[in-house]
Unconditional design. Sequence first.
Length: 398
Amino acid sequence: MNENLVIKLKPGREKSLLRKHPWIFSGAIDHFQGNPSIGETVKIESSTGEFLAWAAFSPESQITGRVWSWKQSIPMSPELLKDRIMESIDSRTGLINSGITNAFRLVNGESDGLPGLIVDQYADVLVVQILSAGSEYWKDEITQFLVEISGITQIYERSDVEVRKLEGLEPRVGILAGKEIPDQVEIFENGIKYLVGVKEGQKTGFYLDQRSNRLAIREYAKEKEVLDCFSFSGGFTLSAIKGGAKKVTSIDSSGNALKIIEQNLKINDFDPSIVELIEEDVFSQLRTFRDSRRSFDLIILDPPKFAPTKKQLEKATRGYKDINLLAFKLLNPGGTLFTFSCSGGMDTALFQKVVAGAALDAKVEAKIISRMGQDVDHPVSLSFPEGTYLKGLTCQIK
């Protein structure tokens, strides 16, 4: 550990760190001491020289530092990294009954004290996303410790997301441990089997954060005509069928995703005749349904990120408004809308305001009957509100 590598903050810019927020933005920095390389650990000091934290250095990003440790006596080291991974995995014990599912999030980035590191378990395969310069710096050790602690020897990297560009990192995919990783891994969740494409598709292959919300869908689906928008590999589609839906229409722009739905229907022995699969842009297809006066009892909107950061928020707000407006217009009287936003740049209050505006423009009376979020294996540190990215509303109209 080189204690001569220091980031000195401007006067008064240490307040967020004193509240244990783990990010140091470039605008808060007064000057550097030493010449740290990307991902290297640096000491963070106040303008008066007070120690604040040990952090990973990321010169290309607006988030120039991400905190590893708040204690001067505990700098970043392989031992600290191993302890953090062990604590993160151990903390999941008892959160979810292993008889319910064999797919979990084991590490959830900053909220587990491991900034920029995501680790998901799918049966006997781990899928890793490395999203920050600091985690990239320690990638070999991370891989080694994951094998040692989890006992899983097959690890695949899915660091193929846009956010790496902000860190000055190239996208990477490939095997980190083990000789062969299957293209698809079969998991189970609440009595349903799913095939997960760990090498491609959204996130690390499946939306683990929606587990409890998929289960909630079942309570509303019985004898209903259901529309699943942005269906991906069919998480909500299969849950609606399990709940007794009369018919499910699933829309996604990816033909490969729809093929996985077909496979998932087959391995669960679900009747494919009650499922209509449509490969199309969701916005376009909803307008087609509107123009043809088609309607549904239950609609699910689970779009990809429209606003990864605050900069895209204005455009994203229009997108969320438009899609919820169309959905409200397609609901039958008494119908239910499950609507989500996974955009970190949009907070809960703004999302509700957008959905309320959509209902108003659609000329429907709607009320919120429940709020939804990410499941328990996606915890959020109280000092890191940005970790609350998934927001959901269950709305019912008259």
